[in-house]
Ligand binder design. Structure first.
Ligand SMILES: [Zn+2]
Length: 487
Protein backbone atom coordinates (compact mmCIF):
# COMPACT_ATOMS: atom_id res chain seq x y z
CA UNK A 1 0.00 0.00 0.00
CA UNK A 2 1.23 3.46 -0.79
CA UNK A 3 -0.81 6.64 -0.61
CA UNK A 4 1.47 8.48 -3.03
CA UNK A 5 4.16 11.04 -2.36
CA UNK A 6 1.87 14.05 -2.81
CA UNK A 7 -0.27 13.02 0.17
CA UNK A 8 2.77 11.86 2.13
CA UNK A 9 4.39 15.29 1.98
CA UNK A 10 1.24 16.91 3.38
CA UNK A 11 1.52 14.82 6.55
CA UNK A 12 4.18 14.25 9.11
CA UNK A 13 4.65 11.12 11.19
CA UNK A 14 5.44 11.26 14.90
CA UNK A 15 7.18 8.17 16.23
CA UNK A 16 8.34 7.20 19.71
CA UNK A 17 10.06 3.91 20.51
CA UNK A 18 10.09 1.77 23.62
CA UNK A 19 12.94 -0.69 23.80
CA UNK A 20 13.04 -3.50 26.33
CA UNK A 21 16.47 -4.98 26.92
CA UNK A 22 17.35 -8.01 29.02
CA UNK A 23 20.44 -7.33 31.09
CA UNK A 24 23.36 -9.76 31.05
CA UNK A 25 23.45 -10.44 34.78
CA UNK A 26 24.10 -14.01 35.88
CA UNK A 27 21.09 -14.03 38.20
CA UNK A 28 17.59 -12.56 38.19
CA UNK A 29 16.72 -9.08 39.42
CA UNK A 30 15.04 -10.02 42.72
CA UNK A 31 16.30 -13.56 43.45
CA UNK A 32 19.39 -15.68 42.85
CA UNK A 33 17.94 -17.91 40.10
CA UNK A 34 20.00 -18.20 36.91
CA UNK A 35 19.06 -16.09 33.88
CA UNK A 36 20.44 -18.64 31.39
CA UNK A 37 18.42 -18.89 28.17
CA UNK A 38 17.35 -22.15 26.57
CA UNK A 39 17.33 -24.51 29.57
CA UNK A 40 14.39 -26.89 30.21
CA UNK A 41 11.24 -24.99 31.25
CA UNK A 42 10.78 -24.07 34.92
CA UNK A 43 14.25 -25.19 36.02
CA UNK A 44 15.33 -21.71 37.13
CA UNK A 45 12.61 -20.79 39.60
CA UNK A 46 12.19 -20.18 43.32
CA UNK A 47 9.41 -18.84 45.60
CA UNK A 48 10.32 -15.23 44.66
CA UNK A 49 10.11 -15.53 40.86
CA UNK A 50 7.19 -17.97 41.12
CA UNK A 51 5.33 -15.27 43.02
CA UNK A 52 4.54 -17.48 46.02
CA UNK A 53 2.88 -15.71 48.95
CA UNK A 54 5.27 -14.31 51.53
CA UNK A 55 8.39 -14.43 49.36
CA UNK A 56 10.36 -11.17 49.44
CA UNK A 57 12.36 -9.61 46.59
CA UNK A 58 16.01 -8.59 47.09
CA UNK A 59 17.40 -6.18 44.50
CA UNK A 60 20.38 -7.39 42.41
CA UNK A 61 23.09 -4.72 42.62
CA UNK A 62 24.68 -5.81 39.35
CA UNK A 63 21.41 -5.15 37.49
CA UNK A 64 21.38 -1.59 38.85
CA UNK A 65 25.01 -1.08 37.81
CA UNK A 66 24.29 -2.28 34.26
CA UNK A 67 21.20 -0.09 34.00
CA UNK A 68 23.28 2.88 35.15
CA UNK A 69 25.89 2.13 32.48
CA UNK A 70 23.18 2.16 29.83
CA UNK A 71 21.63 5.34 31.20
CA UNK A 72 24.96 7.19 31.39
CA UNK A 73 25.90 6.15 27.85
CA UNK A 74 22.51 7.53 26.76
CA UNK A 75 23.42 10.87 28.36
CA UNK A 76 20.72 10.53 31.02
CA UNK A 77 20.65 12.09 34.45
CA UNK A 78 20.65 9.38 37.11
CA UNK A 79 18.16 10.15 39.82
CA UNK A 80 19.75 9.92 43.28
CA UNK A 81 16.55 8.29 44.48
CA UNK A 82 14.16 6.18 42.46
CA UNK A 83 11.40 3.83 43.44
CA UNK A 84 9.92 0.53 42.39
CA UNK A 85 6.20 0.21 41.71
CA UNK A 86 3.77 -2.61 41.10
CA UNK A 87 2.22 -2.57 37.65
CA UNK A 88 -0.95 -4.57 37.96
CA UNK A 89 -2.37 -6.64 35.19
CA UNK A 90 -3.58 -10.18 34.77
CA UNK A 91 -1.81 -12.51 32.44
CA UNK A 92 -1.03 -16.23 32.84
CA UNK A 93 2.75 -15.72 32.56
CA UNK A 94 2.72 -13.19 35.42
CA UNK A 95 2.32 -15.29 38.58
CA UNK A 96 2.16 -12.42 41.08
CA UNK A 97 -0.55 -10.59 39.14
CA UNK A 98 1.73 -7.58 38.96
CA UNK A 99 5.13 -6.73 37.50
CA UNK A 100 7.70 -4.92 39.59
CA UNK A 101 8.67 -1.92 37.52
CA UNK A 102 9.36 1.77 37.99
CA UNK A 103 6.71 4.39 37.37
CA UNK A 104 6.78 8.03 38.43
CA UNK A 105 10.27 7.86 39.93
CA UNK A 106 12.45 6.12 37.33
CA UNK A 107 16.16 5.39 37.61
CA UNK A 108 17.20 7.90 34.94
CA UNK A 109 15.75 10.63 32.68
CA UNK A 110 16.45 13.33 30.09
CA UNK A 111 19.03 11.66 27.85
CA UNK A 112 19.61 11.68 24.12
CA UNK A 113 21.03 9.74 21.17
CA UNK A 114 22.19 11.35 17.94
CA UNK A 115 21.07 9.77 14.69
CA UNK A 116 22.63 10.57 11.34
CA UNK A 117 20.95 10.31 7.97
CA UNK A 118 22.53 11.44 4.71
CA UNK A 119 25.18 13.29 6.67
CA UNK A 120 22.69 15.28 8.77
CA UNK A 121 22.78 14.76 12.50
CA UNK A 122 19.65 14.91 14.63
CA UNK A 123 19.21 14.58 18.38
CA UNK A 124 16.57 12.15 19.65
CA UNK A 125 15.55 12.64 23.25
CA UNK A 126 15.43 9.78 25.75
CA UNK A 127 12.57 10.31 28.15
CA UNK A 128 13.58 7.71 30.70
CA UNK A 129 15.47 4.53 31.45
CA UNK A 130 13.96 2.36 34.13
CA UNK A 131 14.47 -1.06 35.67
CA UNK A 132 11.88 -3.81 35.78
CA UNK A 133 11.47 -7.57 35.85
CA UNK A 134 10.58 -9.69 32.84
CA UNK A 135 7.48 -11.91 32.82
CA UNK A 136 7.42 -15.64 32.09
CA UNK A 137 6.60 -17.05 28.70
CA UNK A 138 3.47 -18.79 27.41
CA UNK A 139 4.23 -21.69 25.08
CA UNK A 140 1.47 -22.15 22.52
CA UNK A 141 3.27 -24.55 20.21
CA UNK A 142 5.34 -27.71 20.22
CA UNK A 143 3.26 -30.00 22.48
CA UNK A 144 0.99 -32.90 21.42
CA UNK A 145 -1.98 -31.13 23.02
CA UNK A 146 -1.03 -27.63 21.92
CA UNK A 147 -4.41 -27.39 20.22
CA UNK A 148 -6.15 -27.51 23.62
CA UNK A 149 -3.59 -26.22 26.10
CA UNK A 150 -0.97 -23.56 26.55
CA UNK A 151 2.07 -24.12 28.75
CA UNK A 152 3.93 -21.68 30.95
CA UNK A 153 7.71 -21.44 31.34
CA UNK A 154 8.74 -19.26 34.27
CA UNK A 155 12.49 -19.35 33.65
CA UNK A 156 12.20 -15.84 32.25
CA UNK A 157 10.12 -14.57 35.15
CA UNK A 158 12.30 -12.05 37.02
CA UNK A 159 15.06 -11.65 34.43
CA UNK A 160 16.21 -8.03 34.71
CA UNK A 161 15.08 -5.61 32.01
CA UNK A 162 15.63 -1.99 31.27
CA UNK A 163 13.07 -0.06 29.34
CA UNK A 164 14.42 2.78 27.22
CA UNK A 165 11.68 5.21 26.20
CA UNK A 166 12.38 7.78 23.50
CA UNK A 167 10.72 11.15 23.11
CA UNK A 168 8.34 11.32 20.11
CA UNK A 169 11.19 12.93 18.15
CA UNK A 170 11.44 10.43 15.30
CA UNK A 171 9.79 11.38 12.02
CA UNK A 172 10.53 8.60 9.55
CA UNK A 173 10.99 4.81 9.45
CA UNK A 174 14.61 5.38 8.37
CA UNK A 175 15.35 7.59 11.39
CA UNK A 176 13.78 4.96 13.61
CA UNK A 177 15.95 2.26 12.08
CA UNK A 178 19.09 4.33 12.58
CA UNK A 179 18.12 5.12 16.17
CA UNK A 180 17.67 1.43 16.99
CA UNK A 181 20.90 0.45 15.27
CA UNK A 182 22.84 3.03 17.27
CA UNK A 183 21.13 2.03 20.49
CA UNK A 184 22.00 -1.61 19.88
CA UNK A 185 25.63 -0.82 18.99
CA UNK A 186 25.90 1.19 22.18
CA UNK A 187 24.45 -1.57 24.38
CA UNK A 188 26.72 -4.18 22.79
CA UNK A 189 29.73 -1.93 23.48
CA UNK A 190 28.69 -1.67 27.11
CA UNK A 191 28.19 -5.43 27.31
CA UNK A 192 24.99 -4.91 29.29
CA UNK A 193 22.83 -6.99 26.91
CA UNK A 194 23.38 -9.40 24.06
CA UNK A 195 20.57 -7.60 22.17
CA UNK A 196 19.46 -10.87 20.58
CA UNK A 197 16.04 -10.21 19.06
CA UNK A 198 15.42 -13.85 18.18
CA UNK A 199 15.80 -14.89 21.81
CA UNK A 200 13.74 -11.89 22.88
CA UNK A 201 16.50 -10.09 24.76
CA UNK A 202 15.76 -6.96 22.73
CA UNK A 203 12.12 -6.07 22.05
CA UNK A 204 10.70 -2.96 20.45
CA UNK A 205 7.27 -1.34 20.57
CA UNK A 206 6.49 1.74 18.52
CA UNK A 207 3.98 4.53 19.13
CA UNK A 208 2.99 6.24 15.94
CA UNK A 209 0.64 8.96 14.78
CA UNK A 210 0.38 11.35 11.85
CA UNK A 211 -0.59 15.02 11.68
CA UNK A 212 -0.76 17.66 8.95
CA UNK A 213 2.79 18.87 8.25
CA UNK A 214 3.61 21.80 10.54
CA UNK A 215 0.80 21.12 13.03
CA UNK A 216 1.68 21.29 16.72
CA UNK A 217 -0.94 18.89 18.00
CA UNK A 218 -0.46 15.15 17.95
CA UNK A 219 -2.83 12.90 16.06
CA UNK A 220 -4.38 9.71 17.46
CA UNK A 221 -1.62 7.18 18.01
CA UNK A 222 -1.49 3.46 17.55
CA UNK A 223 0.95 1.12 19.20
CA UNK A 224 2.83 -1.41 17.09
CA UNK A 225 3.92 -4.62 18.73
CA UNK A 226 5.46 -7.89 17.64
CA UNK A 227 8.30 -6.30 15.73
CA UNK A 228 11.02 -8.90 15.83
CA UNK A 229 13.58 -7.27 13.58
CA UNK A 230 14.61 -3.70 12.82
CA UNK A 231 13.77 -4.27 9.15
CA UNK A 232 10.24 -5.39 10.04
CA UNK A 233 9.89 -2.36 12.25
CA UNK A 234 10.91 -0.08 9.40
CA UNK A 235 8.39 -1.75 7.07
CA UNK A 236 5.63 -1.78 9.66
CA UNK A 237 6.12 1.94 10.33
CA UNK A 238 6.04 2.77 6.62
CA UNK A 239 2.85 0.76 6.22
CA UNK A 240 1.23 2.25 9.30
CA UNK A 241 2.09 5.84 8.28
CA UNK A 242 0.43 5.30 4.90
CA UNK A 243 -2.58 3.63 6.49
CA UNK A 244 -3.09 6.47 8.94
CA UNK A 245 -2.67 9.13 6.25
CA UNK A 246 -5.25 7.36 4.14
CA UNK A 247 -7.78 7.27 6.98
CA UNK A 248 -7.18 10.85 8.14
CA UNK A 249 -7.04 12.42 4.66
CA UNK A 250 -10.26 10.64 3.76
CA UNK A 251 -11.98 12.35 6.69
CA UNK A 252 -12.01 9.17 8.80
CA UNK A 253 -11.20 8.74 12.46
CA UNK A 254 -8.37 6.61 13.81
CA UNK A 255 -8.85 4.37 16.76
CA UNK A 256 -6.28 4.33 19.54
CA UNK A 257 -5.33 0.68 19.51
CA UNK A 258 -2.56 -1.89 19.52
CA UNK A 259 -1.66 -3.31 16.15
CA UNK A 260 0.55 -6.20 15.15
CA UNK A 261 2.79 -6.57 12.11
CA UNK A 262 2.15 -9.54 9.86
CA UNK A 263 5.40 -10.08 7.98
CA UNK A 264 3.85 -12.58 5.60
CA UNK A 265 1.08 -10.27 4.48
CA UNK A 266 3.25 -7.16 4.90
CA UNK A 267 0.61 -5.26 6.80
CA UNK A 268 -0.45 -4.29 10.31
CA UNK A 269 -3.72 -5.40 11.81
CA UNK A 270 -5.62 -4.36 14.93
CA UNK A 271 -5.77 -6.77 17.87
CA UNK A 272 -9.29 -7.82 18.59
CA UNK A 273 -8.62 -8.81 22.18
CA UNK A 274 -8.23 -6.22 24.88
CA UNK A 275 -5.49 -8.16 26.62
CA UNK A 276 -2.99 -5.34 26.11
CA UNK A 277 -5.40 -2.60 27.12
CA UNK A 278 -3.56 0.01 29.18
CA UNK A 279 -5.54 0.16 32.37
CA UNK A 280 -2.63 -0.73 34.60
CA UNK A 281 -2.90 0.42 38.14
CA UNK A 282 0.44 1.32 39.66
CA UNK A 283 1.26 1.66 43.29
CA UNK A 284 4.53 1.78 45.25
CA UNK A 285 6.16 -1.59 45.86
CA UNK A 286 6.03 -1.98 49.64
CA UNK A 287 8.59 -4.81 49.77
CA UNK A 288 11.50 -2.78 48.37
CA UNK A 289 13.21 0.30 49.79
CA UNK A 290 13.68 3.30 47.52
CA UNK A 291 16.75 2.83 45.31
CA UNK A 292 19.42 5.29 46.40
CA UNK A 293 22.35 5.96 44.07
CA UNK A 294 25.28 7.69 45.75
CA UNK A 295 27.56 10.03 43.80
CA UNK A 296 30.38 7.64 44.55
CA UNK A 297 28.57 4.69 42.96
CA UNK A 298 27.60 6.76 39.95
CA UNK A 299 31.17 7.99 39.41
CA UNK A 300 32.51 4.47 39.77
CA UNK A 301 30.14 3.33 37.01
CA UNK A 302 31.01 6.32 34.84
CA UNK A 303 34.71 5.53 35.10
CA UNK A 304 34.06 1.93 34.05
CA UNK A 305 32.46 2.92 30.74
CA UNK A 306 34.46 1.95 27.64
CA UNK A 307 35.16 4.41 24.86
CA UNK A 308 31.77 4.72 23.10
CA UNK A 309 31.20 4.17 19.37
CA UNK A 310 30.74 7.79 18.39
CA UNK A 311 33.89 9.05 20.06
CA UNK A 312 35.79 6.05 18.76
CA UNK A 313 34.65 6.82 15.23
CA UNK A 314 35.80 10.42 15.63
CA UNK A 315 39.16 9.29 17.01
CA UNK A 316 39.63 6.87 14.08
CA UNK A 317 39.09 9.79 11.69
CA UNK A 318 41.52 12.01 13.57
CA UNK A 319 44.26 9.65 14.66
CA UNK A 320 44.42 7.33 11.66
CA UNK A 321 43.13 9.55 8.86
CA UNK A 322 40.60 6.91 7.82
CA UNK A 323 37.78 7.74 5.38
CA UNK A 324 34.53 8.51 7.25
CA UNK A 325 32.75 5.39 6.05
CA UNK A 326 35.62 3.14 7.18
CA UNK A 327 35.74 4.78 10.61
CA UNK A 328 31.98 4.37 10.99
CA UNK A 329 31.99 0.70 9.97
CA UNK A 330 34.95 -0.23 12.17
CA UNK A 331 33.63 1.60 15.23
CA UNK A 332 30.20 0.01 14.84
CA UNK A 333 31.50 -3.21 16.39
CA UNK A 334 33.63 -3.18 19.51
CA UNK A 335 35.37 -6.46 18.64
CA UNK A 336 36.16 -5.29 15.13
CA UNK A 337 37.40 -1.90 16.32
CA UNK A 338 39.62 -3.61 18.92
CA UNK A 339 40.95 -5.98 16.25
CA UNK A 340 41.73 -3.10 13.91
CA UNK A 341 43.67 -1.29 16.62
CA UNK A 342 45.63 -4.44 17.52
CA UNK A 343 46.68 -4.85 13.88
CA UNK A 344 47.66 -1.18 13.62
CA UNK A 345 49.72 -1.44 16.81
CA UNK A 346 51.84 -4.05 15.04
CA UNK A 347 53.01 -1.24 12.75
CA UNK A 348 50.62 -1.79 9.87
CA UNK A 349 49.56 1.30 7.95
CA UNK A 350 46.01 2.13 9.24
CA UNK A 351 44.36 2.61 5.84
CA UNK A 352 45.79 -0.66 4.59
CA UNK A 353 44.55 -2.48 7.71
CA UNK A 354 41.06 -0.91 7.48
CA UNK A 355 40.80 -1.85 3.83
CA UNK A 356 41.70 -5.47 4.33
CA UNK A 357 39.57 -5.94 7.43
CA UNK A 358 36.47 -4.28 6.02
CA UNK A 359 36.64 -5.90 2.61
CA UNK A 360 38.49 -9.17 2.35
CA UNK A 361 38.48 -10.39 5.94
CA UNK A 362 34.79 -9.71 6.64
CA UNK A 363 33.80 -11.26 3.35
CA UNK A 364 35.87 -14.39 3.95
CA UNK A 365 34.60 -14.75 7.52
CA UNK A 366 31.00 -14.55 6.32
CA UNK A 367 31.67 -17.00 3.53
CA UNK A 368 33.08 -19.47 6.04
CA UNK A 369 30.22 -18.95 8.47
CA UNK A 370 32.52 -17.48 11.09
CA UNK A 371 31.91 -14.46 13.26
CA UNK A 372 34.35 -11.82 14.36
CA UNK A 373 34.70 -13.30 17.82
CA UNK A 374 35.82 -16.86 17.07
CA UNK A 375 37.60 -16.03 13.83
CA UNK A 376 40.76 -17.94 12.92
CA UNK A 377 43.06 -15.07 11.97
CA UNK A 378 44.66 -13.56 15.09
CA UNK A 379 45.71 -9.93 14.76
CA UNK A 380 49.41 -10.92 14.70
CA UNK A 381 48.82 -13.15 11.65
CA UNK A 382 46.90 -10.40 9.89
CA UNK A 383 49.67 -7.92 10.63
CA UNK A 384 52.25 -10.35 9.22
CA UNK A 385 50.29 -10.74 5.99
CA UNK A 386 49.83 -7.00 5.60
CA UNK A 387 53.48 -6.27 6.22
CA UNK A 388 54.28 -8.65 3.35
CA UNK A 389 51.85 -6.66 1.20
CA UNK A 390 53.30 -3.28 2.13
CA UNK A 391 56.88 -4.46 1.57
CA UNK A 392 55.66 -5.75 -1.79
CA UNK A 393 57.01 -9.17 -0.97
CA UNK A 394 53.67 -10.44 -2.28
CA UNK A 395 51.18 -8.86 -4.62
CA UNK A 396 47.65 -7.90 -3.59
CA UNK A 397 46.27 -10.78 -5.62
CA UNK A 398 48.53 -13.31 -3.89
CA UNK A 399 47.66 -11.84 -0.50
CA UNK A 400 43.96 -12.40 -1.18
CA UNK A 401 44.57 -16.07 -1.98
CA UNK A 402 46.75 -16.47 1.08
CA UNK A 403 44.21 -14.81 3.37
CA UNK A 404 41.47 -17.11 2.07
CA UNK A 405 43.61 -20.09 3.07
CA UNK A 406 44.44 -18.51 6.45
CA UNK A 407 40.72 -18.15 7.21
CA UNK A 408 40.03 -21.73 6.16
CA UNK A 409 42.93 -23.41 7.93
CA UNK A 410 44.03 -20.99 10.65
CA UNK A 411 47.61 -21.15 9.31
CA UNK A 412 50.09 -18.28 9.20
CA UNK A 413 50.79 -16.32 6.02
CA UNK A 414 54.37 -17.54 5.57
CA UNK A 415 53.39 -21.19 5.96
CA UNK A 416 50.60 -20.86 3.39
CA UNK A 417 53.03 -19.22 0.97
CA UNK A 418 55.59 -22.00 1.26
CA UNK A 419 52.95 -24.73 0.94
CA UNK A 420 51.30 -23.25 -2.11
CA UNK A 421 54.56 -22.29 -3.79
CA UNK A 422 53.20 -18.77 -3.75
CA UNK A 423 56.48 -17.16 -2.94
CA UNK A 424 57.24 -14.07 -4.80
CA UNK A 425 59.90 -14.12 -7.48
CA UNK A 426 62.54 -11.76 -6.18
CA UNK A 427 65.55 -12.92 -8.21
CA UNK A 428 66.47 -10.15 -10.72
CA UNK A 429 67.94 -12.65 -13.20
CA UNK A 430 64.70 -14.64 -13.42
CA UNK A 431 62.63 -11.52 -13.95
CA UNK A 432 65.10 -10.08 -16.46
CA UNK A 433 64.91 -13.29 -18.51
CA UNK A 434 61.13 -13.02 -18.78
CA UNK A 435 61.35 -9.29 -19.50
CA UNK A 436 63.81 -9.82 -22.37
CA UNK A 437 61.54 -12.43 -23.98
CA UNK A 438 58.58 -10.08 -23.91
CA UNK A 439 60.61 -7.15 -25.24
CA UNK A 440 61.88 -9.28 -28.11
CA UNK A 441 58.35 -10.39 -29.02
CA UNK A 442 56.87 -6.86 -29.16
CA UNK A 443 59.11 -4.53 -31.19
CA UNK A 444 56.18 -2.16 -31.93
CA UNK A 445 55.57 -1.35 -28.25
CA UNK A 446 59.32 -0.98 -27.71
CA UNK A 447 59.50 1.69 -30.42
CA UNK A 448 56.51 3.45 -28.89
CA UNK A 449 58.17 3.51 -25.46
CA UNK A 450 61.49 4.72 -26.83
CA UNK A 451 59.80 7.50 -28.80
CA UNK A 452 58.57 8.96 -25.49
CA UNK A 453 55.28 7.15 -24.81
CA UNK A 454 56.38 6.15 -21.32
CA UNK A 455 52.88 4.95 -20.42
CA UNK A 456 53.68 1.84 -22.45
CA UNK A 457 55.80 0.75 -19.47
CA UNK A 458 52.63 -0.21 -17.61
CA UNK A 459 51.66 -2.52 -20.44
CA UNK A 460 55.05 -4.25 -20.25
CA UNK A 461 54.74 -4.65 -16.46
CA UNK A 462 51.35 -6.27 -16.99
CA UNK A 463 52.80 -8.72 -19.51
CA UNK A 464 55.64 -9.77 -17.17
CA UNK A 465 53.20 -10.20 -14.26
CA UNK A 466 50.96 -12.32 -16.43
CA UNK A 467 53.84 -14.45 -17.64
CA UNK A 468 54.92 -15.13 -14.03
CA UNK A 469 51.43 -15.92 -12.79
CA UNK A 470 51.43 -12.73 -10.73
CA UNK A 471 54.39 -13.93 -8.67
CA UNK A 472 57.06 -11.49 -9.82
CA UNK A 473 57.85 -8.65 -7.46
CA UNK A 474 56.11 -5.72 -9.23
CA UNK A 475 58.63 -3.16 -7.98
CA UNK A 476 61.55 -5.18 -9.37
CA UNK A 477 59.70 -5.80 -12.63
CA UNK A 478 59.36 -2.09 -13.15
CA UNK A 479 63.03 -1.34 -12.41
CA UNK A 480 64.28 -4.15 -14.63
CA UNK A 481 61.99 -3.21 -17.53
CA UNK A 482 63.17 0.39 -17.41
CA UNK A 483 66.77 -0.80 -17.64
CA UNK A 484 66.07 -3.30 -20.42
CA UNK A 485 63.95 -0.85 -22.44
CA UNK A 486 66.49 1.97 -22.26
CA UNK A 487 67.71 2.78 -25.79
ZN1 LIG B 1 13.90 -17.14 41.52
Amino acid sequence: MSVGTELQTRYEAVIGLEVHLQLLTGTKIFCSCSTRFGDPPNTHTCPVCLGLPGALPVLNREAVTMAMKAALALNCTINPRSRFARKNYFYPDLPKGYQISQYDEPLAEHGHVDVELNGARKRIGITRVHLEEDAGKSLHEGFPDSGQKSYIDLNRSGVPLIEIVSEPDLRTPEESYDYLTRLKTLMLYLEVSNCNMEEGSLRVDANISVRPAGAAEFGTKTELKNLNSFRFLQKALAYEIDRQIEVVSGGGKLEQETRLWDSREQRTYGMRSKEFAHDYRYFPEPDLLPLVITDEWKEQVRRSLPELPQSREERFLRAYGLPKQDALLLAASRTMADYFEEVVKLSVEPKLAANWILNDLIFLLQENGKGFVDYPVPSANMAELLSLVSKETISGKMAKDILAEMVRSGKRARDVMVEKGLEQINEPEKIAAVARQIIAAHPGQVTQYRSGKTATLGWFVGQVMKATGGQANPKLVQDILKKELAP
